[in-house]
Write a protein that binds this ligand. Structure first.
Ligand code: HAM
Length: 415
């Protein structure tokens, strides 16, 4: 028997209400803030992601699904949504539109991760990106969207962690200080961190290994080593957040796992669970579009993991609205021609009908209608056919009445 590949899941009909609910909330939120939908291909040239996410990151080193296509070009299943949106911005000349360009997406994301609860090889993200504007007001807008997204879903037990990791002007000097600090502790670092010391020193700060965790506490803090522009950006962002009454916590160890970030980085962390289970994350990436060959163009965004939002809703026992489905079943005897015609005519009038099928007894068809939770069953037996009537059965009451065939649509509509 084939099974879904490890780390992937089928979204079964009974799961769909969660997904549709979350997606509907995401769309409504984006409408509220003026973000337009964008859909990009599931795969892109591998280089787009290597260039944006950074060759020393876990995603690029260990997690990308990269394959040569039949003409030998190297393709990658989308491991995140920001780089494709920046590619779109450049490819479609969006720099000439009024700035910032505000876009959102809901897409599958692929990472060859070690599967566990809330961590999958195919997951889905709802993400927003605002391109072409450096004003910290926009960082605050995106953070408020992240906050409102989870709050509106009824998930309120989370914190927003915030940090600033500077820019290409101030970061090199900070990284030197960080390397100095950790070099002295090198013998106590895990093997991964010893490698990071050379390749990606910022990531030393968020190592989750028990041996490395305490070492980060006294490490130099990026937010204390910012240039004057980054300092002012961070201060203004914080004053906007305060003005909006948006709760956040400064976390000097928050650095994020993608190399494109500049200045603002933030994460939405559930209060009770471990650090691996961020509900969402984002930040500013002012160098990314230039890195991809465009003119210097700032950007800021965030993405939320939909599977994690579903898990949180289930954990909280939050009810989600059911999806619309037929409340009327049509049971019949005989060859079914008249029944098929009636079902078709009702649907033509916009009345959803579930057709009983097969040559079951009427009793079996009624049992099925009841098992499916139908409110009404239309019964079209031989006697009814002869008299051009139907029987309409109220499933909950167990009562039924005869109605002329020509009046059934009106009768159902009035129910
Ligand atoms: P990220 O933090 O890598 O950021 O992913 C965003 C969210 O996707 C995470 O907070 C988490 O909820 C979810 N997620 C990530 N990996 C998995 C996984 N393996 N299984 C289930 N859920 C997962 C980004 O991808 C950035 N592109 C976000 C961004 C947008 N930054 C600026 N704009």
């Amino acid at each position: 028997m084939y099974r879904a590949p490890r780390g992937t899941q089928d979204i079964l009909p009974q799961e769909q209400p969660y997904w549709r609910y979350i997606e509907a909330r995401a769309k409504a939120l984006c409408q509220l803030y003026g973000y337009e939908r964008i859909d990009t291909p599931i795969f892109e040239e591998a280089g787009l992601f290597v260039r944006s996410i950074g060759s020393g990151t876990d995603i690029v080193e260990k997690e990308m699904y990269t394959f040569p296509d039949r003409s030998g070009d190297s393709m990658t299943l989308r491991p995140e949504g920001t780089a494709p949106v920046c590619r779109v911005y450049l490819e479609h000349g969006m720099g000439s539109r009024p700035q910032p360009v505000r876009l959102y997406y809901v897409s599958p994301i692929f990472r060859y991760d070690r599967p566990q609860k809330g961590r999958y090889r195919q997951h889905h993200q709802f993400g927003v990106e605002a391109l072409g504007e450096a004003d910290p007001l926009l960082d605050a807008e995106v953070m408020e969207m992240a906050w409102r997204f989870f709050t509106d879903l009824g998930i309120s037990d989370f914190s927003i962690l915030l940090n600033s990791i500077g820019c290409p002007q101030c970061r090199p000097a900070y990284l030197e200080k960080l390397k100095d600090y950790y070099s002295r502790l090198a013998p106590r670092l895990c093997p991964d961190c010893r490698r990071r010391l050379e390749q990606n020193p910022l990531r030393l700060l968020d190592c989750k290994q028990a041996s490395c965790l305490p070492l980060g506490e006294d490490a130099p803090r990026s937010a204390e080593h910012l240039c004057s522009e980054c300092t002012s950006h961070f201060q203004r962002l914080r004053s906007y957040l305060d003005a909006l009454g948006l709760p956040y916590r400064l976390d000097h160890r928050l650095v994020r796992g993608l190399d494109y970030y500049t200045r603002t980085v933030f994460e939405v962390q559930p209060s009770e669970e471990g650090a691996q289970s961020a509900l969402g994350g984002g930040g500013r990436y002012d160098g990314l579009i230039q890195e991809l060959g465009g003119r210097p163009t700032p950007g800021v965004g965030f993405a939320a993991g939909i599977e994690r939002a579903v898990l949180a809703l289930k954990h909280l026992g939050t009810p989600v609205p059911p999806l619309p489905r037929p409340q009327v079943c049509l049971a019949y005897l005989g060859d079914g021609l008249e029944a098929a015609r009636l079902a078709s005519a009702l649907r033509q009038k916009g009345i959803p009908v579930l057709m009983a099928t097969g040559s079951r007894s009427l009793r079996a068809q009624l049992r099925q209608a009841s098992a499916l939770g139908m409110s009404y069953t239309i019964i079209l037996g031989e006697k009814e056919l002869a008299s051009q009537t139907v029987v309409l059965r109220d499933m909950a009451q167990g009562t039924q009445r005869e109605i002329p065939l020509a009046d059934i649509a009106t009768a159902l509509a009035s129910l």
